[in-house]
Design a protein around this ligand. Sequence first.
Ligand code: MN
Length: 265
Amino acid sequence: MCPHDNHPRSIAVDTPDTARPGPAPGPGLIEDLVVANHILFDQGVVDAFGHISVRHDKRPDRFLLARNMAPGRVESNDIIEFTLDGEAVDAAGRKVYLERFIHGEIYRKRPDVMSVVHSHSHSVVPLSVVRGVRLQAIFHMAGFVGQGAPVFEIREAGGDTTDLLISSNHLGRALADHFVGHDIVLMRGHGSTVVGGSIQQAVYRAIYAELNARYQLQAMQLGGEVTFLSEGESLACVQSIEGQVQRPWDLWVEQAQAKRTTQTR
Ligand code: MN
């Protein structure tokens, strides 16, 4: 789709199924994706908007993503398979996310990426709009943020009249190009996208990116010079701490499930 198309559209779109479904994903992959949706909602990373995908474990040229709905309500039968072009394989008429192109184009660009989270988490947005200020690793849990997260400026790829949404392969590719050497990219006036080598790592990074942004805003308000992690510290923190993502994951699963049980009583 050309970014300059002026066809009216909503953020929920119909798309015909054009490709054949692949083999069923391995056991647990869809369950993990469903619970990841619930965790991201429970931890305040997503609200009614935002999404997480996982690369298909049997077909690396496919990915799995929920149908167009609030992440906190996703169940396993809401998960749809997509090609990297963002074409639904088994939507069967269900609405899909307009911004699914974020996921396909990043999986195409980065073969090491197994999961992608896109969100508008609250503390990150301010850091996407101030010239000269970049999100930067401020504490040990967020070493992956590194020495300055790139900011995707949609005007460079789509002009100055877009709705800021990544609604085409063209815009998805322009965003994905920023992930060379970076695992988080801010999107000006919109939010951010983080990637990981697993669902657990992508969820961990989405949660700690939001915390890092909050701490950075708070530290900058104190007025003194802020000491960020050095490049060496960032890399060391990623290597040691992200080896333990299973620990917070187990806790977040339990918390998200407990809240859902309470809500359905
Ligand atoms: Mn968005």
